[in-house]
Design a protein around this ligand. Structure first.
Ligand SMILES: Cc1ncc(COP(=O)(O)O)c(C=O)c1O
Length: 456
């Protein structure tokens, strides 16, 4: 990086502490400073365009520069810029959004609790299960089972649910009371010749063994993303959630559906749960719900969970949980407008139209000598790069090739996300077929450049 004094890059390095960043690499290469965006394109401060192949962080569902969403925010800011929901205060945008989310949910939900991020929403999920089990006289039932490779956030609780070493190392995590079972990773972990259904049964067996080893009377919840995002874009094998549901029901374990990436059409149906046959008890939603124009998340819970908390909330004076900005009226207004536009613009029909094209273009890379697996559904997908296609052997160390592809993509005007040597794609849901073609043209050139360095 050329360090022009006082450039945005130099000033960034001086002052910004970046999340999820390799600080050494940042200091060597500098940040990518972006400053405007329209549709699926973002532009750096020198004016270069990039296709946002990751919808930001899997979130800018309707793309950038949507005036109606900006208008909704402005109108709400001017009419009533802030109210909380503490101590029985309320406001119409929160009421309407709660009703809307209940109407959209794939299973009957009773109440909606608003947060500001996926992480705090999943912390809320953990706390609700503690509160609930204490309320119903099962104080030992507290452990939550999550999965290796799962991503549920970075606060102390949600980072504990997350099953990725980088979120645990040096933070002394996970906290007690969270255990992790195997991820559904058919390409890498299924036995040779094993069917998806058999693999799913094997994983369900492992889950049940973990429950029995802990003692079912101590296990409160099981949390899962329908399709794992950050852990490698891993769709579940057939029957997986059917099996898991049976086990959760058998042992009275609440099944938490983390829809933070999958929700609102991403996988080709309204929720990941509907795409993959998951019947959850509670849900976490965020990201696409507001197209990331404003931060908001929500936890949806059934009536039976809420009703058990009524008496204890009275006995203790209140339900002692909530965030200053939870259910912020501007965020609620933005989410309501986003959900309205998703319907008015027929986003579900659009995904049904362009999704197969996206998946075809993605799968065309399967012929590449370093591509071991290509997977995805709807408008999300990934390409896993391997050192040896036949043995599926990974590069050692894992990661430098992914970073090289990332760098080459930036040079070609494309933003992707390297997850180790797996390259993730998750463009805004409004992307057109022509833009999908352009995305994969840019990616193809970047892959060729990056893999030249890997000797192919
Ligand atoms: C499935 C899932 N859950 C939770 C989170 C955490 O959300 P946030 O970064 O808004 O805290 C993420 C973020 O990517 C996610 O992918």
């Amino acid at each position: 990086m050329t360090r022009t004094p006082n450039s945005l890059e130099a000033r960034d390095i001086e002052s910004v502490l970046h999340p999820a960043t390799n600080f050494k690499r940042l200091n060597e290469l500098g940040p990518l400073v972006l400053d405007r965006a329209k549709g699926v394109f973002v532009y750096d401060h020198q004016g270069r365009d990039y296709i946002e192949g990751m919808a930001g962080l899997w979130c800018t569902s309707l793309g950038y520069g949507v005036e109606e969403i900006a208008d909704a925010a402005r109108t709400q800011m001017l009419s009533f810029s802030y109210s909380h929901l503490f101590s029985a205060k309320s406001h119409e945008p929160a009421i309407e959004l709660a009703e809307k989310l209940k109407a959209l949910a794939p299973v009957k939900m009773g109440k909606v609790f608003f947060g500001c991020s996926g992480s705090d929403a999943n912390d809320t999920q953990m706390k609700l299960l503690r509160y609930y089990n204490n309320a119903v006289g099962r104080p030992k039932k507290k452990t939550i089972i999550s999965r290796k490779r799962g991503y549920h956030g970075v606060t102390l609780g949600s980072a504990s649910l997350t099953g990725l070493p980088v979120q645990h190392a040096l933070f002394d995590l996970p906290l007690d009371g969270v255990i992790h079972v195997s991820a559904p990773y058919y390409y890498r972990d299924a036995a040779p010749g094993e069917t998806e259904a058999h693999y799913a049964a094997r994983l369900a067996g492992e889950l049940e063994q973990a429950i029995l080893a802990e003692g079912p009377e101590t296990v409160a919840g099981f949390i899962a993303e329908p399709l794992m995002g950050v852990g490698g874009v891993l769709p579940p094998p057939a029957d997986y959630f059917k099996r898991v549901r049976e086990i959760c029901s058998k042992h009275e374990i609440v099944m938490i559906d983390d829809e933070v990436i999958c929700g609102f059409g991403r996988t080709g149906s309204p929720f990941g749960a509907t795409t993959f046959g998951m019947i959850p008890d509670t849900m976490t939603v965020a990201k696409a719900m507001s197209s990331a124009y404003a931060p908001i998340s929500a936890v949806l819970v059934p009536d039976w969970l809420y009703e058990a908390m009524i008496e204890p909330s009275a006995a203790n004076g209140s339900f002692g949980h909530g965030f200053t900005y939870g259910g912020h009226p501007v965020s609620c207004a933005v989410a309501l407008k986003t959900l309205e536009l998703m319907e008015r613009w027929k986003i579900a029909d659009h995904i049904a139209d362009v999704g197969p094209h996206f998946q075809r273009r993605l799968r065309s890379f399967l012929d590449h000598p370093l591509v071991g697996d290509v997977r995805g559904v709807g408008l999300i997908g990934a390409i896993e790069l391997v050192a040896d296609k036949k043995s599926k052997a990974q590069f050692s160390p894992l990661g430098p090739l992914g970073l090289a592809v990332d760098r080459a993509c930036v040079d070609e005007g494309l933003i992707i996300r390297p997850l180790g040597d797996t390259i993730a794609f998750c463009p805004p849901l409004v992307i057109t077929k022509e833009e999908i073609d352009e995305l994969f043209e840019r990616f193809g050139r970047a892959l060729a450049t990056a893999t030249k360095g890997a000797g192919r």
